[in-house]
Design a protein around this ligand. Structure first.
Ligand code: FPP
Length: 248
């Protein structure tokens, strides 16, 4: 008997990718409050979701995953919450290093490390070193990251190179500037997801997401699953990305 060919909906084959997914993990506080628990309980639940999402990436064809863990504005939260988050990051890195390394994940951090404590910086350095040879998934964790702050720091370095005669002002263009950004080794995100129903980008990857597709979804981050990521990836493939050009 002839085999019935598998019918693939036309929309799902329109584009490949996304190669790079970036996520604003929002809603931990509300998730905890809905359960009558302190906000940090929500952050711990949120941290637990990261592994499943990272591990789902290879099957979805997602090579780069960038997650927003702490913004330069998050220091304005209460001292208890900030200290709790810093302690969670230390705990997470210490606990997850082996699993991430074993899974073939390469981890990088972006953001300004200057304001972070020594112990956390050492753990971050160690995780980057331990996973430096991996290439299965490239996980980038934005920690003390702000898009404006990143552009300001990049501009400072660029200006220094001009002052040192290493770079001519006439040669500063769209190719040159991103080489000074924290993300200089990464491709731009194809898809940016924000959980928890808020439709704003909060300074996440400002330069890099100029042509990204966005998904603002209602799910609170601690409820986000690999399955939902899969649905968003399939949805992405139906989109007609023109980068300012006209469809052929
Ligand atoms: C936003 O939720 C979330 C954060 C500010 C922290 C994100 C951190 C994690 C998901 C956990 C740790 C991550 C890693 C990589 C270990 P919110 O507190 O703003 O929630 P709300 O809007 O409901 O108050």
């Amino acid at each position: 008997m002839a085999k019935t060919p598998k019918i693939i909906p036309i929309e799902t084959v329109m584009t490949d990718g996304p190669q790079h997914v970036a996520i604003i993990m929002d809603g931990n506080g509300r998730w905890a409050q809905a359960r009558g628990r302190p906000r940090l309980f929500g952050h711990h639940a949120g941290a637990k979701r990261v592994r499943e999402v990272v591990e789902a990436c290879p099957d979805l064809g997602v090579k780069y995953l960038t997650i927003f863990a702490f913004s330069t504005e998050n220091w304005k939260r209460t001292q208890t919450e900030v200290a709790g988050l810093m302690s969670l990051f230390r705990l997470y890195i210490a606990k997850e290093t082996r699993a991430l390394a074993k899974h073939g994940t390469r981890v990088r951090f972006i953001g300004d490390r200057m304001r972070l404590d020594r112990k956390l910086i050492d753990l971050m350095d160690n995780l980057e070193k331990e996973t430096a040879k991996n290439d299965r998934v490239h996980l980038t964790i934005a920690l003390n990251y702000g898009g404006r702050d990143e552009v300001a720091r990049a501009t400072r370095r660029l200006a220094q190179d001009v002052a040192d005669g290493k770079l001519q002002p006439d040669n500063v263009d769209e190719e040159t500037l991103p080489r000074y950004l924290d993300t200089h080794v990464l491709p731009d995100p194809d898809l940016v997801i924000r959980t928890s129903g808020e439709a704003r980008i909060s300074g996440f990857l400002l330069w890099q997401s100029a042509y990204s597709e966005y998904e603002f979804i209602d799910t609170l981050w601690p409820d986000f699953t690999a399955e939902e990521l899969g649905e968003l990836v399939v949805n992405f493939r139906t989109r007609d990305r023109r980068f300012g050009a006209v469809a052929e």
